[in-house]
Write a protein that binds this ligand. Structure first.
Ligand code: ZN
Length: 297
């Protein structure tokens, strides 16, 4: 189930299937204006750089890091999935030095981002083995099997398909994804089984359930159905809440899907007070220590 959260004015969606801190951002909670209002996270849409930086600062703060501490994608509707590490922390507003439509990591404390404005964002995690992924699944990347590449990269870091949980976020819904024959043909070649994913209309167009298609692919790849959560929000129907490429004919900003492995918790210091040790330090030990009193008396 997807639940809306409001943290310091940043409104985002999160799925209860994912036991890690993550966010599917919305348009709400940023400082950008006009058609980029308000939480635009793309720096190539004509936004004021300081607005984009402030928006990043707010989203990064949800993960306890700064705006220059996140790993991001430079998306090209391909199927490349990159493993990112500490070295890929990206300085906000600078060019991303690689192309990838998905990134995965085993680095704790490194939030990873992918960006959408109708395309399907997929967040993946295997908390058993400490591996996460963020994948931009437009129809071209989807049909080029980017999810298979994502799982292969996650498995190279130790993940197992049966332990992966997936949240498929807000995206263009079957209600609004009108396509010509190229999309259903590509999806059929990709999945084989497309039962329930298409709806042919009288005007020759086909409505395609791209989120359902990506969920089916995850199942084919060994992710249990019960570990996949699918948002029911359509970015076109909810274009006030989400940036939508189709609804605006491209005049829009972008939202992000973000996930982060927990930083290794500092090892808890468990203190035992040994009378012998207390006796040695009684001259300087704080007098409010009950065990010290015990040792003295
Ligand atoms: Zn819709």
């Amino acid at each position: 189930m997807f639940i809306e959260h409001n943290e310091n004015g940043v409104i985002y969606m999160a799925s209860d299937i994912i036991p890690l801190r993550h966010a599917f951002t919305t348009r709400y909670g940023g400082v950008s204006r006009g058609h980029l209002a308000t939480l635009n996270l793309l720096s190539d849409k004509g936004d004021e750089p300081e607005n984009v930086r402030e928006n990043y600062r707010r989203v990064a703060a949800l993960f306890g890091v700064g705006e220059d501490d996140c790993a991001v994608t430079r998306q090209v509707h391909g199927n490349t999935v990159r493993i990112v590490t500490e070295a890929d922390r990206h300085k906000c507003l600078t060019p991303v030095p690689y192309e990838a439509d998905g990134i995965v990591t085993a680095t704790p404390g490194l939030p990873i981002f992918c960006f959408t404005a109708d395309c399907v964002p997929v967040l993946l995690c295997d908390t058993e083995h400490g591996v996460i992924g963020a994948v931009h699944c437009g129809w071209r990347s989807s049909a080029a099997d980017i999810l298979k590449n994502a799982l292969t990269q996650m498995e190279s870091l130790g993940a197992k398909a049966e332990d992966i949980r997936a949240a498929i976020g807000p995206a263009i819904g079957k209600c609004c994804f009108e396509t010509d024959d190229d999309v259903p043909e590509a999806v059929t070649a990709w999945l084989g089984d497309t039962a329930g994913l298409f709806q042919k209309r009288a005007d020759g167009k086909t409505l395609v359930d791209l989120r359902g298609a990506n969920a089916r692919r995850l199942m084919q790849l060994g992710v249990p159905a019960g570990q996949i959560d699918i948002s029911d929000e359509c970015t076109i129907c909810s274009h006030e809440k989400y940036f939508s490429h189709r609804y605006t004919k491209g005049r829009r900003g972008g939202q992000a899907a973000v996930i982060c492995l927990d930083s290794k918790a500092p090892s808890k210091t468990v203190s035992f007070y040994f009378p012998a040790a207390a006796e040695k330090s009684e001259g300087s030990a704080p007098l409010n220590s009950p065990m010290l009193y015990f040792a003295i008396y």
